[in-house]
Design a protein around this ligand. Structure first.
Ligand code: SF4
Ligand code: SF4
Length: 119
């Protein structure tokens, strides 16, 4: 999971409204005490969503995201999520960047696997 966490840190946290930055340097997540980031909490499920969908349409990904992640998130009440309505869910806000980060890691890991043994 670490390569994905690192990629999210580089690609998402550095532009996240909830990040504590020093210049262009990410320092730490600034979510209030007691709040966890759904990007990190649900990262395995989000990877599953990205790998399960093959589409140019964001809506196709979001539909599966709602089914696989939001459905098990404590912030959802049926189809409603107050954080999402307030644009206060980092996973929802940056889903495309999260998906890109995951796809980049997968591309790199696949390339490494395909070239194992080549000097
Ligand atoms: S809320 Fe999530 S995406 Fe934003 S800085 Fe914290 S860990 Fe990163
Ligand atoms: S949109 Fe709401 S229900 Fe879905 S992951 Fe974010 S906080 Fe959880």
């Amino acid at each position: 999971m670490q390569p994905y966490l690192d990629a999210v840190r580089d690609k998402v946290c550095t532009v996240c409204l909830d990040a504590v930055m020093h210049g262009d340097q990410f320092v730490r997540c600034g979510l209030p005490k007691g709040r966890t980031c759904p990007v990190e909490v649900f990262l395995p499920q989000v990877i599953g969503v990205v790998e399960a969908v093959d589409s140019w349409l964001l809506d196709d990904y979001v539909k599966v995201l709602r089914e696989k992640v939001c459905a098990i998130c404590k912030h959802s009440e049926g189809d409603v999520c107050v954080l999402r309505l307030q644009a206060d869910c980092p996973l929802d806000r940056y889903f495309m960047l999260v998906a890109e980060a995951i796809q980049e890691v997968n591309t790199r890991l696949n390339a490494e696997a395909a070239t194992v043994g080549i000097p």
